[in-house]
Design a protein around this ligand. Structure first.
Ligand SMILES: NC(=O)c1ccc[n+]([C@@H]2O[C@H](COP(=O)([O-])OP(=O)(O)OC[C@H]3O[C@@H](n4cnc5c(N)ncnc54)[C@H](OP(=O)(O)O)[C@@H]3O)[C@@H](O)[C@H]2O)c1
Length: 162
């Protein structure tokens, strides 16, 4: 059965980006992101795809856009979230954002793989609120990026059993 997983890095005030860029450079987080998504189907909004600039290698890239003329030779394009999910029914979907896409897929998600970046960051794109009545976290240990001094924690959030 298919699993829907949201993968994101967010600050304490839930900022995830500004001016269509990430807010930090955390090599360990990028490494974890790569390992977690390799071989899977990755789903992202058109703005996040533009920000990355090219399809992610060794993954099936799905881009959501409402522009019916948008295409890219190495990308599966959908104009509707439900159609994207239905079209990839047999696959584990790793939802890569950004804010608009996380907002629409939070209710559908089975699992959240989050990097909690400690501190407040100024952003213009935000991860949705996490309802702790619904979600339960398994937090990893706090780490610090030597180059930037930024601390972060990898956390897996699962739906609480009813
Ligand atoms: N920290 C992280 O983990 C992380 C991860 C990913 C992104 N980000 C950041 O997030 C920011 C981008 O987020 P964003 O919210 O501005 O943009 P986004 O979610 O990446 O993309 C939004 C676009 O997706 C398309 N779209 C959205 N919902 C759709 C639907 N239901 N059906 C069809 N198409 C749909 C539309 O494209 P069209 O306009 O083409 O119609 C819309 O403009 C950037 O700053 C990026 O760096 C951060």
């Amino acid at each position: 059965m298919k699993e829907i997983v949201l993968v994101a890095a967010l600050s304490e005030n839930h900022a995830i980006g500004k001016d269509n860029q990430l807010l930090w450079h955390l090599p360990e987080d990028l490494k974890r992101f790569r390992a977690m998504t390799l071989g899977h189907t990755v789903v992202m909004g058109r703005k996040t795809f533009d920000s990355i600039g090219k399809p992610l290698p060794k993954r099936k890239n799905v881009v959501l856009t409402r522009n019916t003329n948008w295409s890219h030779p190495e990308v599966s394009v959908y104009n509707d979230m439900e159609k994207a999910i239905a079209g990839c029914a047999e696959e584990t979907l790793m939802i890569l954002g950004g804010a608009e896409i996380y907002g629409q897929s939070m209710l559908l998600a089975d699992r959240l793989e989050l990097t909690h970046v400690h501190g407040h960051f100024e952003g213009d794109a935000f991860f949705p609120p996490i309802d702790e009545n619904i979600w339960e976290a398994e937090h990893g240990e706090r780490k610090t990026d030597a180059a930037s001094g930024i601390s972060y924690t990898f956390s897996r959030w699962l739906r609480k059993q009813p």
